[in-house]
Design a protein around this ligand. Structure first.
Ligand SMILES: Cc1cc2nc3c(=O)[nH]c(=O)nc-3n(C[C@H](O)[C@H](O)[C@H](O)COP(=O)(O)OP(=O)(O)OC[C@H]3O[C@@H](n4cnc5c(N)ncnc54)[C@H](O)[C@@H]3O)c2cc1C
Length: 491
C-alpha cells in the first residue's frame, strides 16, 4: 500500500484545526503543532476556580457555516456541541438609555421607529439590501480563492457591483438611510468584529446586519471552547496527530519546498505545510528571506486591526442589569475610532463590550456567580504597562458602575487583564493586534495575503489573515478554500 503523504499544520486556532481535519479527509497524514499548551488560539479558554472564560470570540454567528462544515464530513454539529439561540441577542447601552435587540424582527423595527421618523420602514429596506448582498457573498465571494484582481472583479461582481456597494464606505452608505446615531451605531458596530471602522470598511459589509439581526446570535453550550474541543475530536477521529506546547521555530526549505517543520522539541518531515500562525510572524521569522512572499515594508504598511483590552472578572453575585451580550456605545464614537486608526492612543471615552456568558449558560461559572469580561478595542502597538492597564481597568469599572447603577467591585473574586503584550507573546501577533489585518477595501478578497506562498511550492496559509478574513466563521471558510486549492495543486 502506498504511504500517505505528510502534511504539517502550524497553529491550532480555528484555522488550523479545520484545515487539519479537511486535509486528513483528503488523505493526508496530518500533524498539527501548536505553540501553546491549549488549542483554540485566540479562542482558548481560561479555567479558574470553577469559571470558564472564553478568552476571545464569544459571538457565534452564521451558524450555517458550521453546519455545512460538519456535514462535509458526514457529521452533525449537534454530535459535537449543543447550540442555543440567544434571546435577547444583545443589549445596547447609551449614557441615557438602553434597548434590547431580540430574535423578533418586528420588535427591532419598532425600536428603530423610536430612533427616527419611519425608522421601521428604513430598516426593512436596509435589511432587504443586506440580505441580498449576503446571499451573493455566500455564493460568489466568500468560498473562493482569487489569483488576481480580474478574477475578483468577475462579471457577476461587476454587474452587481453597484448594488453590492463594494466601493463606498459603510458609514456614508448607512447615512443614506438613517439620520439617527442610534440606528447607525447598531448597524455599524459589527465592523469592530472585522477589525475596521465604519468609515473605512466597504459598505459590502452591511451584510453583517443580516448576520446579526436576521440570522441571529447563538451560543454553544459551555462556550466557544466547546467548538474548539468538538473540532479537535473531529480532527483526531480522522487521524490528525495533535501536538501542543510545540512552538515552531523554522520552516526548513530545500529547492523551493518545505521538507521539514522544526519545533522547539523536534523536527517533523513533511510534504506539505499549512501555516495558521500569524502570517506576518511566519513569513518574517520562520522563513529565510529569499522564500518570503511579503517584505517587512509590506507588513508595516498594512492597516492593522485593533488590539483588545480585556478585563476578565469572576463575580460572587449575579448582575441585574446585563444580559449575555452587552454593548455600550459612546456618543459620538468617532473619537474612539480615531484613537485606533488615526492617532493611536488609549481612548478617553471608549465604547466597549461586556460579556456575561453565565447569564444563560450555568456551566461557565459556579452557581450564583457571574462570568464577566469587558472588552475595549484599542490601537495596536500602544504602550501597555501594568500601571496603564490597572488605571484603564478602573476607568472602565467606574463607567460601568455609573452606567448600570450596580456595584461590581465588591464582588470580584477573580480578575485578569489581557492586552497587547499578551497577544504578542501568546500568539506572535504583530504589534499585539487581536485580529490581524483590518477589512478595508484594499485588504478585502484578492487584496488579502494569499492562501498560497508565491516562493515555496508546497506552503499554504489559512486563518484570519487570508480571504475571507476575520471572525470564526470566516476562518472555517478560509480552510475550505485552502484545502480545495491544495486538492487541485498537489494532486
Ligand atoms: C478578543 C477577541 C474577540 C473576538 N470575538 C469574536 C467573536 O465574538 N466572534 C467571532 O466570530 N470572531 C471573534 N474574534 C475573531 C476570531 O476569534 C478570530 O478571527 C479567529 O479565532 C482567528 O483564528 P485563526 O485560526 O486565524 O488564528 P488564531 O486563533 O490566532 O490561531 C493561530 C494559532 O497559531 C499558533 N501559533 C502562533 N505561532 C506559532 C508557532 N511559532 N508555532 C506553533 N503555533 C503557533 C497560535 O498560538 C494560535 O493557536 C475575536 C477575536 C479576539 C481576539
Amino acid at each position: 500500500m502506498q504511504e500517505k503523504r505528510r502534511a504539517c499544520v502550524i497553529g491550532g486556532g480555528f484555522g488550523g484545526l479545520t484545515t487539519a481535519a479537511l486535509l486528513a479527509r483528503s488523505g493526508w497524514k496530518v500533524t498539527l503543532v501548536e505553540k501553546n499548551a491549549e488549542l483554540g488560539g485566540r479562542a482558548r479558554a481560561w479555567h479558574e476556580k470553577g469559571f470558564v472564560f472564553d478568552m476571545g470570540p464569544s459571538w457565534y454567528l452564521m451558524p450555517e457555516v458550521f453546519e455545512q462544515f460538519f456535514a462535509y464530513f458526514g457529521e452533525k454539529r449537534e454530535n459535537f456541541y449543543a447550540l442555543n439561540r440567544l434571546d435577547p441577542y444583545y443589549r445596547v447601552f447609551w449614557d441615557d438609555g438602553s434597548v434590547d435587540i431580540t430574535p423578533d424582527i418586528e420588535k427591532t423595527r419598532a425600536t428603530f421607529a423610536t430612533f427616527e421618523p419611519n425608522g421601521d420602514e428604513k430598516l426593512t429596506r436596509y435589511m432587504a439590501g443586506a440580505k441580498y448582498k449576503y446571499d451573493i457573498a455566500m455564493k460568489e465571494f466568500l468560498y473562493r480563492d482569487y489569483k488576481n484582481v480580474f478574477q475578483f472583479l468577475n462579471k457577476r461582481i461587476l454587474l452587481e457591483g453597484t448594488k453590492m456597494n463594494i466601493f463606498s464606505g459603510l458609514d456614508s452608505f448607512v447615512r443614506r438611510y438613517f439620520t439617527s446615531n442610534r440606528a447607525a451605531q447598531i448597524l455599524e458596530y459589527a465592523m469592530v468584529f472585522l477589525g475596521s471602522s465604519p468609515k473605512n470598511a466597504p459598505a459590502l459589509y452591511s451584510i453583517m446586519s443580516h448576520v446579526d439581526l436576521d440570522l441571529g446570535v447563538f451560543f454553544p453550550q459551555g462556550g466557544m471552547t466547546s467548538v474548539v474541543s468538538g473540532l479537535s475530536r473531529l480532527a483526531e477521529s480522522l487521524g490528525v496527530e495533535i501536538r501542543t506546547s510545540s512552538p515552531v521555530t523554522r520552516l526548513a526549505v530545500t529547492g523551493g519546498r518545505v521538507d521539514a517543520v522544526e519545533t522547539e522539541n523536534d523536527t517533523i518531515p513533511c510534504d506539505l505545510a499549512v501555516v495558521n500562525a500569524d502570517y506576518a510572524f511566519a513569513e518574517s521569522r520562520l522563513l529565510p528571506p529569499e522564500y518570503r512572499t511579503y517584505s517587512e515594508k509590506y507588513w508595516n504598511k498594512r492597516t492593522w486591526a485593533p488590539s483588545m483590552f480585556i478585563l476578565y472578572l469572576g463575580l460572587s453575585k449575579k448582575l441585574a442589569k446585563t444580559v449575555h451580550h452587552n454593548l455600550y456605545f459612546s456618543t459620538p464614537w468617532d473619537d474612539h475610532f480615531d484613537t485606533i486608526f488615526k492617532n493611536p492612543a488609549w481612548p478617553e471615552n471608549p465604547s466597549y463590550y461586556v460579556s456575561c456568558a453565565s447569564y444563560d449558560d450555568s456551566t461557565v461559572a459556579p452557581e450564583g456567580h457571574e462570568n464577566v469580561f469587558f472588552l475595549v478595542p484599542v490601537a495596536p502597538g500602544l504602550e501597555d504597562t501594568d500601571e496603564i492597564r490597572e488605571k484603564y481597568a478602573e476607568k472602565i469599572l467606574d463607567h460601568f458602575e455609573r452606567l448600570t447603577g450596580e456595584t461590581i467591585r465588591d464582588s470580584i473574586i477573580i480578575r485578569r487583564i489581557y492586552s497587547h503584550r499578551d497577544f504578542a507573546e501568546d500568539y506572535n501577533a504583530f504589534k499585539g493586534s487581536a485580529l490581524g489585518l483590518a477589512h478595508t477595501l484594499n485588504q478585502t478578497a484578492v487584496f488579502r495575503p494569499g492562501h498560497r506562498s508565491k516562493r515555496v511550492g508546497n506552503l499554504y496559509y489559512s486563518g484570519q489573515y487570508t480571504h475571507p478574513g476575520v471572525g470564526v466563521p470566516m476562518t472555517f471558510i478560509a480552510s475550505q478554500v485552502v484545502s480545495n486549492l491544495i486538492d487541485k495543486d498537489q494532486r
